[in-house]
Design a protein around this ligand. Structure first.
Ligand code: NDP
Length: 490
Protein backbone atom coordinates (compact mmCIF):
# COMPACT_ATOMS: atom_id res chain seq x y z
CA UNK A 1 0.00 0.00 0.00
CA UNK A 2 1.12 3.53 -0.80
CA UNK A 3 -0.18 6.42 1.29
CA UNK A 4 0.52 9.68 -0.50
CA UNK A 5 0.78 12.83 1.65
CA UNK A 6 0.69 16.54 0.92
CA UNK A 7 3.95 18.49 0.98
CA UNK A 8 3.28 21.79 2.75
CA UNK A 9 5.98 24.10 4.09
CA UNK A 10 8.63 21.38 3.94
CA UNK A 11 6.60 18.74 5.80
CA UNK A 12 4.61 15.79 4.54
CA UNK A 13 1.16 15.96 6.09
CA UNK A 14 -2.17 14.16 5.64
CA UNK A 15 -5.51 15.78 4.80
CA UNK A 16 -8.73 15.12 6.73
CA UNK A 17 -9.99 12.73 4.10
CA UNK A 18 -8.49 10.39 1.51
CA UNK A 19 -9.35 8.94 -1.89
CA UNK A 20 -8.44 5.45 -3.06
CA UNK A 21 -5.61 4.92 -5.49
CA UNK A 22 -6.54 2.28 -8.04
CA UNK A 23 -4.08 0.44 -10.24
CA UNK A 24 -5.33 0.62 -13.87
CA UNK A 25 -3.68 -2.71 -14.70
CA UNK A 26 -5.36 -4.70 -11.93
CA UNK A 27 -8.39 -2.60 -11.02
CA UNK A 28 -7.37 -3.03 -7.36
CA UNK A 29 -6.98 -0.39 -4.67
CA UNK A 30 -3.32 -0.08 -3.78
CA UNK A 31 -3.13 3.08 -1.70
CA UNK A 32 -4.63 6.39 -0.73
CA UNK A 33 -4.18 10.00 -1.74
CA UNK A 34 -5.23 13.00 0.36
CA UNK A 35 -8.56 14.57 -0.53
CA UNK A 36 -7.52 18.11 0.28
CA UNK A 37 -10.35 20.62 0.10
CA UNK A 38 -8.38 23.85 0.31
CA UNK A 39 -4.80 24.68 -0.66
CA UNK A 40 -4.81 27.70 1.65
CA UNK A 41 -2.05 26.41 4.00
CA UNK A 42 0.16 25.54 1.04
CA UNK A 43 -0.45 28.94 -0.56
CA UNK A 44 0.37 30.66 2.73
CA UNK A 45 3.64 28.69 2.97
CA UNK A 46 4.52 29.55 -0.64
CA UNK A 47 3.65 33.19 -0.06
CA UNK A 48 5.83 33.37 3.06
CA UNK A 49 8.78 31.70 1.30
CA UNK A 50 8.54 33.83 -1.84
CA UNK A 51 10.79 36.74 -0.89
CA UNK A 52 13.70 34.63 0.36
CA UNK A 53 13.53 32.26 -2.64
CA UNK A 54 13.47 35.21 -5.02
CA UNK A 55 16.54 36.60 -3.22
CA UNK A 56 18.36 33.25 -3.36
CA UNK A 57 21.21 33.57 -5.88
CA UNK A 58 20.24 32.10 -9.22
CA UNK A 59 23.23 29.72 -9.09
CA UNK A 60 21.94 28.26 -5.82
CA UNK A 61 18.42 27.79 -7.23
CA UNK A 62 19.98 26.12 -10.24
CA UNK A 63 22.17 23.88 -8.03
CA UNK A 64 19.16 22.68 -6.01
CA UNK A 65 17.23 21.86 -9.18
CA UNK A 66 20.18 19.91 -10.59
CA UNK A 67 20.45 18.05 -7.27
CA UNK A 68 16.76 17.14 -7.49
CA UNK A 69 17.19 15.96 -11.08
CA UNK A 70 20.19 13.83 -10.05
CA UNK A 71 18.21 12.30 -7.18
CA UNK A 72 15.32 11.33 -9.48
CA UNK A 73 17.73 9.89 -12.00
CA UNK A 74 19.37 7.74 -9.31
CA UNK A 75 15.92 6.34 -8.53
CA UNK A 76 14.98 5.80 -12.18
CA UNK A 77 13.64 2.28 -11.75
CA UNK A 78 11.55 3.05 -8.66
CA UNK A 79 10.06 6.11 -10.38
CA UNK A 80 9.39 4.13 -13.58
CA UNK A 81 7.58 1.36 -11.73
CA UNK A 82 5.56 3.83 -9.70
CA UNK A 83 4.51 5.70 -12.86
CA UNK A 84 3.55 2.45 -14.56
CA UNK A 85 1.49 1.22 -11.60
CA UNK A 86 -0.24 4.60 -11.18
CA UNK A 87 -1.05 5.29 -14.81
CA UNK A 88 -1.17 1.87 -16.52
CA UNK A 89 1.57 2.79 -19.03
CA UNK A 90 4.27 0.27 -19.96
CA UNK A 91 7.13 0.43 -17.47
CA UNK A 92 9.55 0.50 -20.39
CA UNK A 93 7.92 3.69 -21.68
CA UNK A 94 8.18 5.27 -18.24
CA UNK A 95 11.83 4.17 -17.96
CA UNK A 96 12.86 5.43 -21.38
CA UNK A 97 10.61 8.47 -21.86
CA UNK A 98 8.60 9.79 -18.91
CA UNK A 99 11.17 9.76 -16.14
CA UNK A 100 14.24 10.72 -18.22
CA UNK A 101 12.21 13.59 -19.64
CA UNK A 102 11.21 14.72 -16.13
CA UNK A 103 14.91 14.75 -15.20
CA UNK A 104 15.70 16.66 -18.40
CA UNK A 105 12.97 19.23 -17.70
CA UNK A 106 14.54 20.07 -14.33
CA UNK A 107 18.05 20.15 -15.77
CA UNK A 108 17.18 22.25 -18.80
CA UNK A 109 15.46 25.00 -16.84
CA UNK A 110 18.13 24.82 -14.11
CA UNK A 111 20.73 25.56 -16.79
CA UNK A 112 18.79 27.94 -19.01
CA UNK A 113 18.00 30.26 -16.10
CA UNK A 114 21.72 31.02 -15.91
CA UNK A 115 21.50 32.50 -19.42
CA UNK A 116 18.16 34.30 -18.98
CA UNK A 117 19.40 37.81 -18.58
CA UNK A 118 17.87 41.16 -17.89
CA UNK A 119 17.94 43.47 -20.89
CA UNK A 120 19.68 46.84 -21.22
CA UNK A 121 18.98 49.44 -23.92
CA UNK A 122 20.43 52.90 -24.41
CA UNK A 123 17.99 55.47 -25.80
CA UNK A 124 20.44 57.68 -27.67
CA UNK A 125 22.31 59.84 -25.19
CA UNK A 126 19.16 60.60 -23.15
CA UNK A 127 18.42 57.52 -21.08
CA UNK A 128 19.17 53.90 -20.30
CA UNK A 129 16.45 51.26 -20.03
CA UNK A 130 16.80 48.19 -17.88
CA UNK A 131 14.24 45.44 -18.32
CA UNK A 132 14.19 43.23 -15.24
CA UNK A 133 12.49 39.82 -15.31
CA UNK A 134 10.90 39.75 -11.88
CA UNK A 135 9.34 36.53 -10.53
CA UNK A 136 5.54 36.54 -10.35
CA UNK A 137 5.58 35.36 -6.72
CA UNK A 138 3.50 32.22 -6.15
CA UNK A 139 2.69 30.06 -9.18
CA UNK A 140 -0.05 27.42 -9.25
CA UNK A 141 0.82 24.36 -11.37
CA UNK A 142 -2.02 22.02 -12.31
CA UNK A 143 -1.18 18.90 -14.30
CA UNK A 144 -3.00 15.89 -15.78
CA UNK A 145 -2.70 12.12 -15.45
CA UNK A 146 -1.40 11.05 -18.85
CA UNK A 147 2.29 11.95 -18.49
CA UNK A 148 2.30 12.51 -14.74
CA UNK A 149 5.88 13.37 -13.75
CA UNK A 150 6.84 14.56 -17.24
CA UNK A 151 4.18 17.30 -17.22
CA UNK A 152 4.46 18.00 -13.48
CA UNK A 153 8.15 18.87 -13.89
CA UNK A 154 7.46 20.75 -17.15
CA UNK A 155 5.31 23.10 -15.04
CA UNK A 156 7.31 23.42 -11.81
CA UNK A 157 10.82 23.66 -13.32
CA UNK A 158 10.54 27.08 -15.04
CA UNK A 159 8.57 28.45 -12.08
CA UNK A 160 11.22 27.45 -9.53
CA UNK A 161 14.13 28.44 -11.76
CA UNK A 162 12.82 31.98 -12.18
CA UNK A 163 12.53 32.46 -8.42
CA UNK A 164 8.86 31.72 -7.84
CA UNK A 165 7.49 29.49 -5.13
CA UNK A 166 5.02 26.85 -6.24
CA UNK A 167 1.79 25.21 -5.20
CA UNK A 168 1.37 22.21 -7.46
CA UNK A 169 -1.58 19.88 -7.87
CA UNK A 170 -1.06 16.68 -9.83
CA UNK A 171 -4.05 14.65 -11.00
CA UNK A 172 -5.48 12.66 -8.12
CA UNK A 173 -5.47 9.63 -10.45
CA UNK A 174 -1.66 9.63 -10.72
CA UNK A 175 -0.13 11.41 -7.72
CA UNK A 176 2.59 8.98 -6.63
CA UNK A 177 5.65 10.19 -8.57
CA UNK A 178 4.96 13.82 -7.63
CA UNK A 179 4.88 12.71 -3.99
CA UNK A 180 8.18 10.83 -4.49
CA UNK A 181 9.68 13.95 -6.07
CA UNK A 182 8.53 15.94 -3.03
CA UNK A 183 10.41 13.57 -0.72
CA UNK A 184 13.57 14.02 -2.77
CA UNK A 185 13.12 17.80 -2.72
CA UNK A 186 13.25 17.53 1.09
CA UNK A 187 16.34 15.30 0.90
CA UNK A 188 18.26 17.75 -1.27
CA UNK A 189 17.12 20.55 1.09
CA UNK A 190 14.83 22.74 -0.92
CA UNK A 191 13.88 25.46 1.59
CA UNK A 192 10.47 24.88 3.24
CA UNK A 193 7.57 26.48 1.39
CA UNK A 194 9.36 26.77 -1.97
CA UNK A 195 7.71 23.67 -3.46
CA UNK A 196 4.33 22.67 -2.05
CA UNK A 197 2.36 19.74 -3.47
CA UNK A 198 -1.31 19.29 -2.63
CA UNK A 199 -3.45 16.37 -3.72
CA UNK A 200 -7.15 16.01 -4.25
CA UNK A 201 -9.93 16.69 -6.69
CA UNK A 202 -9.76 19.41 -9.33
CA UNK A 203 -13.04 21.13 -8.47
CA UNK A 204 -12.02 21.20 -4.78
CA UNK A 205 -8.34 21.78 -4.10
CA UNK A 206 -7.57 22.67 -7.75
CA UNK A 207 -10.24 25.35 -7.76
CA UNK A 208 -8.96 26.72 -4.44
CA UNK A 209 -5.54 27.35 -6.05
CA UNK A 210 -7.15 29.04 -9.04
CA UNK A 211 -9.39 31.26 -6.88
CA UNK A 212 -6.73 32.46 -4.44
CA UNK A 213 -5.40 35.87 -5.45
CA UNK A 214 -2.13 35.22 -3.58
CA UNK A 215 -1.39 32.92 -6.53
CA UNK A 216 -0.07 35.28 -9.19
CA UNK A 217 -0.22 32.90 -12.15
CA UNK A 218 -1.51 29.45 -12.99
CA UNK A 219 0.06 27.09 -15.47
CA UNK A 220 -2.42 24.39 -16.46
CA UNK A 221 -2.30 21.31 -18.65
CA UNK A 222 -5.50 19.36 -19.09
CA UNK A 223 -8.80 19.28 -20.90
CA UNK A 224 -10.28 22.22 -22.81
CA UNK A 225 -13.43 22.48 -20.66
CA UNK A 226 -11.34 22.68 -17.48
CA UNK A 227 -8.98 25.20 -19.08
CA UNK A 228 -11.89 27.39 -20.12
CA UNK A 229 -13.29 27.27 -16.60
CA UNK A 230 -9.90 28.20 -15.09
CA UNK A 231 -9.48 31.12 -17.51
CA UNK A 232 -12.94 32.40 -16.60
CA UNK A 233 -12.23 32.03 -12.87
CA UNK A 234 -9.03 34.08 -13.16
CA UNK A 235 -10.15 36.71 -15.65
CA UNK A 236 -11.71 39.09 -13.12
CA UNK A 237 -8.45 39.44 -11.18
CA UNK A 238 -6.26 39.74 -14.33
CA UNK A 239 -3.84 37.07 -13.18
CA UNK A 240 -1.72 35.28 -15.73
CA UNK A 241 -2.78 31.90 -17.04
CA UNK A 242 -1.09 29.51 -19.43
CA UNK A 243 -3.33 26.81 -20.88
CA UNK A 244 -2.12 23.65 -22.61
CA UNK A 245 -5.27 21.76 -23.59
CA UNK A 246 -6.75 19.09 -25.79
CA UNK A 247 -6.12 18.21 -29.42
CA UNK A 248 -7.64 16.44 -32.42
CA UNK A 249 -4.40 16.25 -34.29
CA UNK A 250 -4.16 15.22 -37.94
CA UNK A 251 -1.49 12.93 -39.32
CA UNK A 252 -1.31 13.42 -43.12
CA UNK A 253 0.30 10.89 -45.44
CA UNK A 254 0.79 12.09 -49.02
CA UNK A 255 1.11 9.70 -51.95
CA UNK A 256 4.81 10.54 -52.35
CA UNK A 257 5.71 9.62 -48.76
CA UNK A 258 8.16 6.87 -47.84
CA UNK A 259 5.36 4.51 -46.88
CA UNK A 260 6.69 2.03 -44.31
CA UNK A 261 8.26 4.58 -41.93
CA UNK A 262 5.25 6.87 -42.42
CA UNK A 263 2.82 4.11 -41.42
CA UNK A 264 4.97 3.12 -38.42
CA UNK A 265 5.13 6.70 -37.21
CA UNK A 266 1.39 7.20 -37.78
CA UNK A 267 0.75 4.05 -35.70
CA UNK A 268 2.99 5.35 -32.93
CA UNK A 269 1.22 8.71 -33.10
CA UNK A 270 -2.13 6.94 -32.70
CA UNK A 271 -1.32 4.38 -30.04
CA UNK A 272 1.68 5.51 -27.95
CA UNK A 273 0.83 5.61 -24.24
CA UNK A 274 -2.54 3.97 -25.14
CA UNK A 275 -3.37 7.07 -27.20
CA UNK A 276 -3.34 9.14 -24.02
CA UNK A 277 -1.03 11.90 -25.22
CA UNK A 278 -2.40 15.30 -26.17
CA UNK A 279 -0.18 15.15 -29.29
CA UNK A 280 -1.54 11.82 -30.53
CA UNK A 281 -2.82 11.76 -34.12
CA UNK A 282 -6.47 10.74 -33.81
CA UNK A 283 -7.24 11.64 -37.43
CA UNK A 284 -5.19 9.95 -40.13
CA UNK A 285 -5.64 11.69 -43.49
CA UNK A 286 -4.37 9.53 -46.35
CA UNK A 287 -4.12 10.20 -50.08
CA UNK A 288 -6.65 8.04 -51.92
CA UNK A 289 -3.97 6.33 -54.07
CA UNK A 290 -2.30 4.78 -51.00
CA UNK A 291 -5.36 4.53 -48.75
CA UNK A 292 -5.75 0.72 -48.84
CA UNK A 293 -2.06 0.13 -48.27
CA UNK A 294 -1.93 2.52 -45.31
CA UNK A 295 -5.07 1.10 -43.68
CA UNK A 296 -3.74 -2.44 -44.04
CA UNK A 297 -0.32 -1.46 -42.62
CA UNK A 298 -1.86 0.47 -39.73
CA UNK A 299 -4.11 -2.44 -38.74
CA UNK A 300 -1.16 -4.82 -38.94
CA UNK A 301 0.87 -2.60 -36.61
CA UNK A 302 -2.04 -2.20 -34.19
CA UNK A 303 -2.60 -5.95 -34.06
CA UNK A 304 1.10 -6.60 -33.43
CA UNK A 305 1.32 -4.41 -30.32
CA UNK A 306 1.96 -6.55 -27.26
CA UNK A 307 -0.79 -5.79 -24.76
CA UNK A 308 -0.26 -6.96 -21.21
CA UNK A 309 0.85 -6.28 -17.67
CA UNK A 310 2.49 -2.84 -17.90
CA UNK A 311 5.13 -3.96 -15.38
CA UNK A 312 6.45 -6.61 -17.79
CA UNK A 313 9.37 -5.16 -19.70
CA UNK A 314 8.20 -6.49 -23.10
CA UNK A 315 4.70 -4.96 -22.82
CA UNK A 316 4.16 -2.26 -25.45
CA UNK A 317 0.59 -1.31 -24.70
CA UNK A 318 -0.86 -1.03 -21.20
CA UNK A 319 -4.15 -0.14 -19.54
CA UNK A 320 -6.22 3.02 -19.81
CA UNK A 321 -5.99 5.25 -16.77
CA UNK A 322 -9.34 4.50 -15.15
CA UNK A 323 -12.50 2.50 -15.51
CA UNK A 324 -14.45 5.74 -16.17
CA UNK A 325 -12.05 6.78 -18.91
CA UNK A 326 -12.27 3.38 -20.61
CA UNK A 327 -16.09 3.60 -20.44
CA UNK A 328 -15.87 7.01 -22.10
CA UNK A 329 -13.60 5.76 -24.90
CA UNK A 330 -15.81 2.71 -25.44
CA UNK A 331 -18.85 4.98 -25.67
CA UNK A 332 -17.04 6.98 -28.35
CA UNK A 333 -16.28 3.81 -30.32
CA UNK A 334 -19.97 2.89 -30.12
CA UNK A 335 -20.89 6.39 -31.25
CA UNK A 336 -18.57 5.97 -34.25
CA UNK A 337 -20.51 2.82 -35.16
CA UNK A 338 -23.79 4.70 -34.70
CA UNK A 339 -22.50 7.44 -37.00
CA UNK A 340 -21.93 4.83 -39.72
CA UNK A 341 -18.25 4.11 -39.17
CA UNK A 342 -16.63 0.68 -39.44
CA UNK A 343 -14.40 -0.56 -36.65
CA UNK A 344 -11.91 -2.54 -38.74
CA UNK A 345 -9.37 -3.27 -36.02
CA UNK A 346 -9.73 -3.61 -32.24
CA UNK A 347 -12.65 -1.91 -30.52
CA UNK A 348 -12.92 -4.52 -27.74
CA UNK A 349 -11.40 -5.44 -24.41
CA UNK A 350 -8.46 -7.75 -25.14
CA UNK A 351 -8.38 -11.48 -24.37
CA UNK A 352 -5.40 -13.36 -23.06
CA UNK A 353 -4.37 -11.04 -20.26
CA UNK A 354 -2.65 -12.57 -17.23
CA UNK A 355 -5.07 -13.46 -14.40
CA UNK A 356 -4.05 -10.57 -12.16
CA UNK A 357 -4.86 -8.11 -14.99
CA UNK A 358 -8.33 -9.45 -15.77
CA UNK A 359 -10.02 -6.56 -13.92
CA UNK A 360 -7.71 -3.96 -15.42
CA UNK A 361 -8.89 -1.19 -17.74
CA UNK A 362 -7.52 -2.53 -21.03
CA UNK A 363 -8.85 -1.72 -24.49
CA UNK A 364 -7.47 -2.79 -27.84
CA UNK A 365 -5.86 -0.31 -30.23
CA UNK A 366 -8.69 0.58 -32.57
CA UNK A 367 -8.90 1.66 -36.22
CA UNK A 368 -12.09 3.19 -37.65
CA UNK A 369 -12.93 4.02 -41.27
CA UNK A 370 -15.95 5.30 -43.18
CA UNK A 371 -16.54 8.61 -41.39
CA UNK A 372 -16.09 12.05 -42.88
CA UNK A 373 -14.93 15.15 -41.05
CA UNK A 374 -18.41 16.20 -39.98
CA UNK A 375 -18.78 13.12 -37.74
CA UNK A 376 -18.45 13.86 -34.03
CA UNK A 377 -15.87 11.06 -33.93
CA UNK A 378 -13.66 13.30 -36.07
CA UNK A 379 -14.43 16.50 -34.19
CA UNK A 380 -14.19 15.60 -30.49
CA UNK A 381 -11.05 14.53 -28.67
CA UNK A 382 -11.14 10.83 -27.69
CA UNK A 383 -7.83 10.70 -25.79
CA UNK A 384 -7.60 6.94 -26.13
CA UNK A 385 -6.22 4.31 -28.53
CA UNK A 386 -8.54 5.15 -31.40
CA UNK A 387 -7.65 6.48 -34.85
CA UNK A 388 -10.04 7.31 -37.67
CA UNK A 389 -8.68 7.07 -41.24
CA UNK A 390 -10.00 9.54 -43.83
CA UNK A 391 -9.08 9.63 -47.53
CA UNK A 392 -8.33 12.83 -49.49
CA UNK A 393 -7.57 13.49 -53.15
CA UNK A 394 -5.72 16.82 -53.34
CA UNK A 395 -3.21 18.74 -51.27
CA UNK A 396 -5.70 21.59 -50.79
CA UNK A 397 -8.31 19.15 -49.52
CA UNK A 398 -5.79 17.65 -47.06
CA UNK A 399 -5.10 21.10 -45.59
CA UNK A 400 -8.80 21.91 -45.44
CA UNK A 401 -9.58 18.66 -43.64
CA UNK A 402 -6.63 19.11 -41.26
CA UNK A 403 -7.95 22.52 -40.22
CA UNK A 404 -11.60 21.48 -39.96
CA UNK A 405 -11.83 21.12 -36.17
CA UNK A 406 -11.95 23.51 -33.22
CA UNK A 407 -8.55 22.26 -32.06
CA UNK A 408 -5.05 23.24 -33.15
CA UNK A 409 -2.37 21.60 -31.05
CA UNK A 410 -0.15 19.71 -33.48
CA UNK A 411 0.01 17.92 -36.83
CA UNK A 412 2.37 15.53 -38.59
CA UNK A 413 2.81 15.42 -42.36
CA UNK A 414 4.60 12.78 -44.40
CA UNK A 415 5.93 13.60 -47.87
CA UNK A 416 9.16 13.25 -49.82
CA UNK A 417 8.54 16.56 -51.62
CA UNK A 418 10.26 19.46 -49.85
CA UNK A 419 8.25 22.06 -51.78
CA UNK A 420 5.02 20.42 -50.70
CA UNK A 421 6.19 20.34 -47.06
CA UNK A 422 7.06 24.04 -47.31
CA UNK A 423 3.54 24.80 -48.61
CA UNK A 424 1.54 22.55 -46.33
CA UNK A 425 3.27 22.87 -42.93
CA UNK A 426 2.72 26.64 -42.52
CA UNK A 427 -0.88 26.30 -43.76
CA UNK A 428 -1.89 24.04 -40.89
CA UNK A 429 -3.47 25.79 -37.92
CA UNK A 430 -1.48 24.24 -35.09
CA UNK A 431 1.19 25.14 -32.55
CA UNK A 432 3.57 22.43 -33.80
CA UNK A 433 3.79 20.74 -37.21
CA UNK A 434 6.15 17.80 -37.63
CA UNK A 435 7.41 16.85 -41.09
CA UNK A 436 8.30 13.15 -41.54
CA UNK A 437 8.50 12.68 -37.78
CA UNK A 438 6.37 12.88 -34.63
CA UNK A 439 6.99 13.89 -31.02
CA UNK A 440 10.51 15.13 -31.62
CA UNK A 441 10.91 17.86 -29.03
CA UNK A 442 13.52 20.55 -28.51
CA UNK A 443 13.45 22.43 -25.20
CA UNK A 444 14.17 25.74 -26.91
CA UNK A 445 11.10 25.87 -29.12
CA UNK A 446 7.74 27.31 -28.04
CA UNK A 447 5.13 24.67 -27.27
CA UNK A 448 1.38 25.23 -27.22
CA UNK A 449 -1.79 25.25 -29.24
CA UNK A 450 -4.14 27.53 -31.12
CA UNK A 451 -7.96 27.62 -31.16
CA UNK A 452 -9.36 25.36 -28.40
CA UNK A 453 -5.97 23.73 -27.77
CA UNK A 454 -4.27 26.43 -25.84
CA UNK A 455 -3.45 29.92 -24.77
CA UNK A 456 0.17 31.02 -24.55
CA UNK A 457 3.34 29.06 -25.14
CA UNK A 458 5.50 27.01 -22.79
CA UNK A 459 9.02 25.69 -23.31
CA UNK A 460 12.22 27.67 -23.74
CA UNK A 461 12.23 31.38 -23.02
CA UNK A 462 8.43 31.48 -23.37
CA UNK A 463 8.12 29.53 -20.13
CA UNK A 464 10.66 31.75 -18.36
CA UNK A 465 8.82 34.85 -19.55
CA UNK A 466 5.47 33.45 -18.42
CA UNK A 467 6.88 32.93 -14.93
CA UNK A 468 8.18 36.50 -14.70
CA UNK A 469 6.93 40.04 -15.12
CA UNK A 470 8.99 42.44 -17.19
CA UNK A 471 9.74 45.60 -15.23
CA UNK A 472 11.32 48.46 -17.16
CA UNK A 473 13.42 51.05 -15.36
CA UNK A 474 14.23 54.05 -17.54
CA UNK A 475 16.93 56.33 -16.11
CA UNK A 476 17.93 59.67 -17.59
CA UNK A 477 21.65 59.61 -18.22
CA UNK A 478 24.12 61.79 -16.38
CA UNK A 479 21.60 63.11 -13.87
CA UNK A 480 23.01 61.36 -10.80
CA UNK A 481 26.28 60.97 -8.97
CA UNK A 482 27.99 57.57 -9.04
CA UNK A 483 29.23 55.34 -11.85
CA UNK A 484 26.16 53.13 -12.45
CA UNK A 485 24.22 53.95 -15.60
CA UNK A 486 20.90 52.31 -14.74
CA UNK A 487 19.50 49.53 -12.58
CA UNK A 488 21.69 46.76 -13.99
CA UNK A 489 25.44 47.32 -13.96
CA UNK A 490 26.71 46.97 -17.53
P1 NDP B 1 -8.65 17.59 -16.74
O1 NDP B 1 -8.88 18.89 -17.38
O2 NDP B 1 -9.80 16.81 -16.25
O3 NDP B 1 -7.68 17.74 -15.47
C1 NDP B 1 -6.40 18.35 -15.55
C2 NDP B 1 -6.02 18.80 -14.16
O4 NDP B 1 -6.90 19.87 -13.77
C3 NDP B 1 -6.19 17.72 -13.08
O5 NDP B 1 -5.19 17.86 -12.10
C4 NDP B 1 -7.56 18.05 -12.53
O6 NDP B 1 -7.78 17.52 -11.27
C5 NDP B 1 -7.50 19.56 -12.54
N1 NDP B 1 -8.79 20.23 -12.44
C6 NDP B 1 -10.02 19.79 -12.81
N2 NDP B 1 -10.96 20.73 -12.54
C7 NDP B 1 -10.32 21.79 -11.99
C8 NDP B 1 -10.73 23.06 -11.51
N3 NDP B 1 -12.01 23.44 -11.50
N4 NDP B 1 -9.80 23.90 -11.02
C9 NDP B 1 -8.49 23.54 -11.01
N5 NDP B 1 -8.04 22.35 -11.43
C10 NDP B 1 -8.93 21.48 -11.94
O7 NDP B 1 -7.78 16.74 -17.76
P2 NDP B 1 -7.31 15.25 -17.61
O8 NDP B 1 -6.52 15.07 -16.34
O9 NDP B 1 -8.47 14.37 -17.87
O10 NDP B 1 -6.26 15.16 -18.80
C11 NDP B 1 -6.63 14.90 -20.10
C12 NDP B 1 -6.70 16.17 -20.93
O11 NDP B 1 -5.46 16.85 -20.85
C13 NDP B 1 -6.91 15.88 -22.39
O12 NDP B 1 -7.88 16.76 -22.92
C14 NDP B 1 -5.56 16.18 -23.01
O13 NDP B 1 -5.62 16.54 -24.36
C15 NDP B 1 -5.08 17.28 -22.15
N6 NDP B 1 -3.62 17.39 -22.24
C16 NDP B 1 -3.08 18.46 -22.90
C17 NDP B 1 -1.72 18.56 -23.06
C18 NDP B 1 -1.09 19.74 -23.74
O14 NDP B 1 0.11 19.94 -23.58
N7 NDP B 1 -1.82 20.52 -24.52
C19 NDP B 1 -0.81 17.52 -22.56
C20 NDP B 1 -1.48 16.45 -21.87
C21 NDP B 1 -2.86 16.40 -21.73
P3 NDP B 1 -8.55 16.10 -11.19
O15 NDP B 1 -7.63 15.12 -11.80
O16 NDP B 1 -8.76 15.90 -9.76
O17 NDP B 1 -9.84 16.27 -11.96
Amino acid sequence: MVDVLNLINGRHVPADDTLDLISPATGKVYGTVPRTISASDAIMAAHDAASSWRATPVRERSRLMHALADAIESDLLAFSEAESIDNGKPVELARTVDIPRAVANLRWFASSILEFENEHYETGSRAVNDVLHVPVGVIGAISPWNLPLYLFTWKIAPALATGNTVVAKPSELTPVTAWMLGKLAQDVRFPPGVLNIVHGLGPEVGQSIVDDTRVGAVTFTGGTATGRHIAESMAASFRKVSLEMGGKNPTIIFEDADLEPSISTAAAAAFANQGEICLCGERLLVHEDIYEQVVEGLCRQAAALKIGDPLESETQFGALVSSEHRDRVEAMIQRARDEGGQVIQGGSRPDGLPDHCRDGFFLEPTVITGLDMTARTNQEEIFGPVVCVIPFSTEAEAVELANATDYGLSAAIFTSDADRAARVAPAIEAGTVWVNCWLVRDFRVPFGGVKNSGLGREGGDDALRFCTEARTICTATKTMKGSAQGAVPS
